[in-house]
Design a protein around this ligand. Structure first.
Ligand SMILES: [Cu+2]
Length: 358
């Protein structure tokens, strides 16, 4: 049998994203993002976006609605988080190697990412890494998630937000920029703070993504502004081992790098992507999200789980901003691979190790 040689060169990484243009619209102007220069133009347009006037009721009746701040249901609690957005120099492959295919991942691999970071109360100091993904927010049904957000990405100079999926929120806490229809939480300028309140309603049980939805969210979400929300039933124990996994490309228009990287949590190549660990007998959950423009196909070797229809699967397609939880009781010890099964993605880095210890 003839061995298929790996393609350890930059060319191999380039091919994975060649010819891709991202599209975004800022302040009524469209941008086709083909390279870093286009991204700079989009950034400049986003910095020029003026703070929208509050909807004054001159539009649809819905624009005139006033909303209070939701409180926890009886027995529920406020789950308070302090989160900042900031820029960080982010190495996509710190080891410089793909430990599965056994080849080097050449420099340059670092770019200016924008990420969420967990802070202590009052934004006093960092309480977690400035990383992809941002902090995982956890609540139980009946609770409210109270998220104090600060835009500390002064160097970026653009309004940012936090927009949640899955939970319930009023338009003020949607965290979405809507041009002249923007409400309170949809435009947090550099240096500003805003407190979002989101409700863990019964239908919200599961794992969800949150991400930037400000004026330049197409770019800034892909620069790293995303994270995970987990809502559990009241009193339900969490899994023993729980992993949020975001599948996404980091492409030249976003990073300004020559190569295109296929990433899990901002990192490419086994050994850089999260190395996951569990023990036999443990309840294991992988919360998997699509965080770019493409469809991915999440696969874990040696395991299977039930999909939402109750069928056993070991590979599942995930579209943009879709989420899926793969959960099982560990019964198969060993070194396992998990990866996107789109071949061009797995070969450009969208893969990692999973160790199930006996
Ligand atoms: Cu993929």
């Amino acid at each position: 049998m003839e061995a298929v040689p790996p393609d350890p060169t930059r060319r191999g990484f380039l091919q994975a994203g060649a010819g891709t243009a991202l599209l975004c619209t800022i302040g009524g102007k469209g941008f086709a993002l083909r390279d870093a220069k286009d991204a700079e133009a989009a950034d400049a347009a986003a910095r020029a976006v003026a703070r929208p006037r509050q909807a004054a009721g001159a539009g649809e009746p819905a624009d005139a609605l006033k909303f209070g701040t939701p409180q926890p249901q009886p027995g529920g609690v406020r789950r308070e988080y302090w989160i900042q957005a900031r820029t960080v120099i982010w190495d996509i492959a710190p080891t410089g190697r793909d430990d599965w295919h056994g080849h080097a991942i050449p420099k340059p691999r670092a770019f200016k990412a924008v990420v969420y970071q967990l802070m202590t109360a009052g934004f006093a100091k960092a309480a977690g890494p400035a990383a992809m993904p941002g902090p995982t927010l956890v609540a139980e049904v009946g609770d409210t998630l109270v998220v104090h957000f600060r835009n500390n990405a002064e160097a970026l100079g653009q309004a940012l937000t936090m927009h949640p999926h899955g939970v319930r929120y009023t338009p003020d806490y949607d965290g979405v920029y809507l041009g002249g229809h923007t409400r309170a939480g949809g435009f947090i300028a550099p240096g500003e703070e805003f407190t979002y309140t989101w409700e863990a309603v019964p239908g919200a049980v599961g794992a969800w993504a949150y991400h930037d939805h400000g004026p330049n969210h197409t770019l800034n979400s892909q620069r790293g502004l995303f994270g995970c929300i987990v809502i559990r039933e009241k009193g339900a124990p969490g899994p023993d081992a729980e992993f949020p996994l975001f599948l996404h490309a980091l492409q030249p228009p976003v990073t300004g790098l020559r190569a295109s990287f296929q990433c899990i949590n901002g990192r490419a190549g086994a050994g850089n992507t999260p190395t996951l660990r569990s023990k036999v007998g443990q309840d294991v959950a992988m919360h998997v999200f699509g965080a770019d423009n493409f469809f991915h196909d999440f696969h874990v070797h040696g395991h299977r789980w039930k999909d939402s229809g109750g069928a056993s699967v070991d590979t599942k397609t995930i579209g943009p901003s879709e989420g899926m939880t793969a959960r099982w009781t560990e019964d198969n010890p060993g070194r396992w691979l998990y990866h996107c099964h789109v071949f061009s993605h797995q070969d450009a880095g969208m893969a990692g190790w999973y160790f199930a210890e006996p």
